[in-house]
Design a protein around this ligand. Structure first.
Ligand code: ZN
Length: 331
């Protein structure tokens, strides 16, 4: 293991807290226990750990509170409970949005909520890139340290849960979903291309173009880019039912840019990992909600010149993530 004191900086990652003040239950398939009430205690432990390790920032990968809160009229209260824990972090917390955010809140109310962390991108954000994306797409980028860039994606940009039912984008998403899924319950996967379910979504052409522009600039600046998304995009890093609808298009953009080093997602509570033939590592982080109270599931990533070191806690494994390409300094 590398000497952690030598790291350039470090950051925390956590996924699928899905907090609700209800008794334990099971997942939809009845195969995994969900610890709704205890999940916030595991989040508290993670934040405490990151305070001790003095991370530069924390990335929350989506599904901070569970959809059950909505039917109990407890969405705001549950969000307050989770945010109270994140507020104990002296490092900036950046929030990605998942399907459970949209079960609880409309896109407009999320934009106005504590879960909109785009303002924290600050001076490290590249304005040229930001200007290319529409206001209703929740994606942004920033530089956590010189020569490094983080990009947060909106995986429900094209979806039926992340768009108002009266909107054109909702209609387009519904047409796409029904083309691939003929089930009456659209949360039931079709026999093939199982990812075409209501609880997934995808990336619009506009967002892909924006990402391409951000990565082009990062290539030119010889930066190392880490991309965060609620939905995984690599078939070898997740169960196929959890993939983003147009994961191939997103992968094609990632593969076209030498600046990309790591892609980190949540959503698949079992977690996953693979290294693409391009050398880019795809980490799917284990979900807190299906993590026993006796253990944990989060990561602390130590960043070096030539690699990142994922120090996993509990269910999350340690991984050495070597950068795929040498950056050759010209001129
Ligand atoms: Zn999810």
């Amino acid at each position: 293991m590398e000497d952690r004191a030598r790291a350039l900086f470090s950051f925390g990652i956590i996924a699928d807290v899905q907090y609700a003040d209800i008794d334990d239950g099971m997942n939809y398939r009845g195969t995994r226990r969900r610890f709704y009430r205890n999940s916030v205690a595991l989040l508290r432990d993670a934040v405490r750990h990151w305070e001790e390790t003095r991370v530069s920032c924390v990335i929350q990968l989506g599904d901070a509170i569970d959809g059950y809160n909505k039917s109990r009229d407890a969405s705001e209260r549950a969000l307050d409970t989770v945010m109270t824990e994140f507020e104990k972090s002296s490092a900036d917390v950046h929030h990605v949005w998942g399907n459970h955010e949209f079960y609880n809140f409309s896109r407009d109310s999320l934009m106005a909520s504590a879960l909109n962390s785009a303002g924290r991108a600050g001076a490290g954000s590249d304005r040229a890139g930001s200007d290319l994306i529409a206001d209703d797409i929740y994606a942004y980028e920033f530089s956590p340290a010189p020569k490094f860039r983080f990009v947060l994606l909106d995986a429900y940009d094209v979806s039926v849960i992340g768009r108002d039912a009266s909107s054109e984008k909702h209609q387009q998403a519904m047409t796409l979903l029904q083309k691939h899924n003929s089930n009456a319950d659209l949360n039931q996967p079709p026999a093939h291309e199982k990812r075409f379910v209501k609880f997934n979504g995808g990336f619009s052409a506009e967002q892909l173009q924006w990402l391409d522009a951000v990565l082009t600039l990062a290539d030119q600046r010889q930066e190392r880019v880490t991309v965060f998304s609620h939905l995984p995009v690599h078939p070898d890093a997740t169960d196929s039912i959890c993939l983003a609808w147009n994961y191939e298009e997103l992968l094609a953009v990632l593969r076209a840019h030498k600046s990309v080093v790591i892609f980190i997602s949540g959503h698949d509570h079992d977690g996953g990992f693979c290294t693409d033939p391009t050398g880019v590592h795809h980490v799917t982080l284990e979900g807190v909600i299906e993590t026993h109270p006796d253990t944990s599931a989060f990561g602390t990533v130590y960043v070096y010149e030539d690699q990142m070191l994922l120090k996993g806690s509990g269910r999350t494994a340690d991984r050495v993530l070597k950068y795929p390409r040498e950056i050759t300094v010209s001129e």
